[in-house]
Design a protein around this ligand. Structure first.
Ligand code: SF4
Ligand code: SF4
Length: 292
């Protein structure tokens, strides 16, 4: 944004909120119409079920790993520095701004479960409806056309803002992936984690170069990409408590597995994602990571 266009945009609440979100750590920001959820989710999961009279949903996307982290030959470093909650911090500031400057209610959209295992709102769907990305063949990750993998948070508000449209063009598959698929029957992500060889992904691309079919074995992916976290702590704790031999029990408490499980729940960071291999080979966003 610059010049007259910038001034005009900044004169509106929509422009001010978007600019503020970018200054607060978001790489991208979009605004969705709460009614856009109607055709995708059941009652109870729509923005206005969470905040009555919701008029807008502000969605931010932030980058996780830095270009250097993607480049490191030590892939497992991504387990501990792949994600920094920047999107959550940015959306919290946006919610505060809406309430303090614009005198309207705002609430962070619940992207984590309040009961059971499913969150009340999908941040993936929020990102799509706000025009920030589209679903990919790689674990259904929502890819942004400029940055590829992003982490999303959203804020529901009673403030009427200008809504963005969904992207008209699919981000995935990249033209290079279409060519690779036509030649070898696999895209880079499908080749990185093939379901027929013990991996999690399968899919096909039609003659128009669009996703025709996709399979994501989420349970299998979780066992590979989220080894440490609440679940591993619960499993380890049950085994430790049941162990009758004091020496074995002591070794279990001091083990690498239990230590990392404790670390994951106390910092709540290692549990976010420990495998980026399908994204590592994805060409979307690669240009943004090309630094000296
Ligand atoms: S995150 Fe890892 S395990 Fe999961 S689909 Fe991607 S490559 Fe496979
Ligand atoms: S590598 Fe990326 S762009 Fe290509 S098919 Fe997989 S997710 Fe889509």
């Amino acid at each position: 944004m610059n010049g007259a266009a910038h001034d005009q945009t900044m004169a509106t609440p929509t422009g001010q909120i978007k600019q503020f979100a970018l200054e607060s750590g978001a790489s991208v920001v979009g605004i969705a119409d709460p009614c856009a959820w109607d055709e995708h989710v059941p009652e109870g999961h729509r923005p206005y079920d969470i905040l009555p009279d919701a008029r807008s949903v502000v969605v931010v996307g932030s980058r996780g790993p830095t270009a250097g982290a993607w480049r490191s030959p030590q892939h497992r470093l991504m387990e501990v520095n792949g994600y920094d909650f920047r999107n959550d911090a940015a959306i919290h500031k946006v919610a505060n701004l809406i309430e303090s400057r614009f005198d309207h209610q705002a609430i962070q959209a619940p992207g984590l479960p309040t009961g059971g295992h499913l969150p009340p709102m999908s941040m993936m769907l929020a990102a799509v409806l706000a025009g920030l990305g589209t679903r990919s063949l790689a674990a259904n990750i929502i890819l942004n056309p400029k940055y590829g993998l992003l982490y999303y948070s959203a804020c529901i508000t009673t403030l009427e803002l200008q809504h963005d449209h969904m992207l008209e063009q699919d981000v995935c598959p990249h033209p290079m992936c279409v060519k690779t698929y036509q030649r070898f029957g696999k895209t880079p992500c499908l080749a990185a984690c093939p379901a027929d060889e013990g991996g999690c992904l399968d899919g096909s691309i039609d003659e128009q170069g669009r996703i025709d079919y996709s399979l994501f074995d989420r349970e299998r992916c979780v066992t590979r990409s989220m080894n440490f976290g609440i679940n591993s702590f619960q499993v380890a704790m049950a085994e430790i408590v049941a162990e009758s031999d004091p020496e074995t029990q002591q070794n279990m408490v001091n083990s690498d597995f239990f230590s990392r499980s404790c670390s994951a729940i106390t910092h709540y960071k290692e549990s976010v994602a420990q495998c980026f291999e399908c994204m590592r080979v994805c060409p979307i966003g690669r240009a943004e990571r090309k630094l000296k």
